[in-house]
Design a protein around this ligand. Structure first.
Ligand code: EPU
Length: 338
């Protein structure tokens, strides 16, 4: 249970930026984690839990203890005729969990294929893509209190899920270590192809009766064609959330920009794709220094090789400013800036 000193965080963030952790440890079991909490945390002024590092931008060195989650495993905890309850330990790579379930024909998370990160990070921002969100399949999670080392169960409603939101990003930010998540998946899956791009691919392949594997393959195909692979070009997926505006505001923007895509929300608000706003400001495919906006998805900010976290963050703020000037809309980062 060694606590290491001055460890590079470059391999631990998908932006691939350089930052140094003053202290660093890996945890591979629950006992190990509890031991760190009870024995070690008192000696550190702050701590940061990281999984895949796929939603984080380091703008400076980290002057505390970085805890790297390596607690992995997948297990079935319950099943009946209709459903299977699958528990994944939090350090499990999310996409491996998806592939495992697709292989068994357990439906519900196939639309979330290829999302980077770990299973434990998934509930924190209620990951979502291609017409599905984690919260629709999420049953419960086990968390460890970072003050006491005690365990606590959070049911779905306790997590207060919203669009890229949960209690773990708000009131309870940094207070709990998510140890495992349990999902309720269907043994007789209903395919979700509401997202046009998925339907188009299935049509192209002349698949009329798709399985969840077909859907998963289609999502992998869309993501690979639009989103840069972090192993090749550093990035953290969408940098900003899609903003919501009032219907009145959307209408007045619409009169000026009749091409603006709009998505009416159940709460009466209107969601506008951040990617579109950014593209209208001329950022799509633009490289400035070592950073820029990806040519196939304007919402993805990339590291072309040697960008620092500060450079990327300054660029993101320039993008934010220009969208505010042109549209009067403030883009909120989806990525955690540390
Ligand atoms: N668009 C543009 N320019 C672009 C890209 C998109 O104008 O360069 C417009 C198009 O009108 C398009 C619309 O934006 O129809 C939506 O684009 P897309 O379907 O690519 O999705 P997104 O809203 O940009 C969200 C998630 C992604 C997720 C996709 C697919 C957020 C912040 N992002 O992106 O999640 O994969 O939908 O469902 O909600 C992530 O969170 O890191 C992420 C990649």
């Amino acid at each position: 249970m060694a606590i290491l000193e001055y460890v590079s965080l470059q391999p631990h963030n998908t932006f691939g930026v350089e930052a140094c952790a003053r202290y660093f440890c890996r945890v591979a079991t629950k006992d190990h984690l509890v031991n760190i909490i009870v024995e070690e945390l008192q000696y550190h002024n702050k701590y940061l839990i990281i999984g895949g590092g796929s939603n984080i931008l380091f703008c400076s060195d980290y002057d505390g203890l970085v805890i790297h989650n390596e607690i992995k495993g997948i297990d079935v905890v319950k099943e009946d005729e209709e459903f299977v309850w699958v528990k994944a330990l939090s350090g499990t790579t999310w996409h491996n969990l998806v592939l495992y379930c697709v292989e068994k024909n357990w439906g519900g998370i196939e639309n979330l294929s290829l999302i980077p990160g770990t299973a434990g990070a998934a509930p924190i921002q209620n990951i979502g893509a291609y017409g599905a969100e984690l919260k629709d399949r999420f049953e419960s999670l086990e968390a460890i209190d970072m003050n006491t080392g005690e365990e606590r169960i959070f049911q779905n409603t306790d997590c207060r899920f919203g669009y890229r939101q949960s209690i773990f990003k708000n009131e309870l930010k940094g207070k709990y270590f998510i140890y495992s998540i349990t999902l309720k998946l269907s043994k007789h899956p209903i395919i979700n192809t509401q997202y046009g791009d998925i339907r188009n691919i299935l049509m192209e392949k002349e698949i009329t009766n798709p399985t969840i594997r077909d859907v998963s393959d289609a999502v992998i195909c869309i993501r690979s064609s639009k989103l840069p692979n972090p192993a090749e070009i550093g990035n953290a997926g969408s940098f900003f959330k899609n903003p919501e505006v009032t219907e009145d505001r959307a209408k007045s923007l619409y009169t000026v920009y009749p091409d603006m895509p709009v998505f009416a929300q159940p709460n009466g608000m209107v969601k506008i794709p951040a990617a579109w706003l950014i593209e209208q400001c001329g950022w799509k495919g633009k490289q400035i220094g070592h950073t820029g906006n990806h040519a196939r998805q304007a919402l993805v900010i990339v590291n072309y090789g040697n960008a620092s976290g500060v450079e990327i963050w300054q660029h993101a703020q320039n993008v934010q400013r220009s969208v505010k000037e042109k549209f009067g809309i403030i883009l909120e980062p989806e990525v955690n800036v540390v």
